[in-house]
Design a protein around this ligand. Sequence first.
Ligand code: MG
Length: 237
Amino acid sequence: MSLKLVISDLDGTILETEDYHRRAYNALFGELGLARRWSKEDYSDRLKTMGGEKFREIFEWLDCPAEEYEVTKTELYARKTELYVSLIVADLKGNRLALRPGVARLFVEIGEHDIPLAIGSACVKWAALEVLEAALGKEFVGSLAVVCAGDDVERQKPQPDIYLLVAEQCGVRPADCLVLEDTAHGLHAALAAGMSCVVTPSELARGHDFAGAHLVAESMEMPGRIGLEELRALMPG
Ligand SMILES: [Mg+2]
């Protein structure tokens, strides 16, 4: 297999944003008049579950009739996403948030060697695009092969659907794809898609089990610089 497509996750992989989900939930709880707040530890436990289960938990705190669950969940999810994006964009603009170490350097190197780079994010598409543009610039986002998001697929990570969709849209066989991820969920999605996977665990995912990963590193710079050559060397013979 040769490396023909690099697919990067967004949250936690390009930007250390996983904690912004927690902050957005907490901002949402404030708007809902709830006194609860999730600590980093509370949220880390919940990161192992799908988004829907978090909303089930929140719904149970609200005094709503059970039949309103679906509509309430949709509304809460939409508002939480707005809060999430606005917190990230504000911090990027205020230089309180930057790309994870080595990501910009690696992305430039991938582009210089004419290897397409794509994004597979569990976020809804408008949110993924807004965050990507604030982080990488509009021109860079325009150069991406494709951006697939959570609303493009039925089944979310750890199912392989999003990565298979990216590969299909790029016309590349899954075995020729390498995925950059930060959580066990994402790793399992990549492996289930039959792709190679490099994991740089985000802050909230450091306790996850990354068995099966082709490489686990603290970041693209630690313990050593990860470049295109290192990624190519990981592809199965
Ligand atoms: Mg992630």
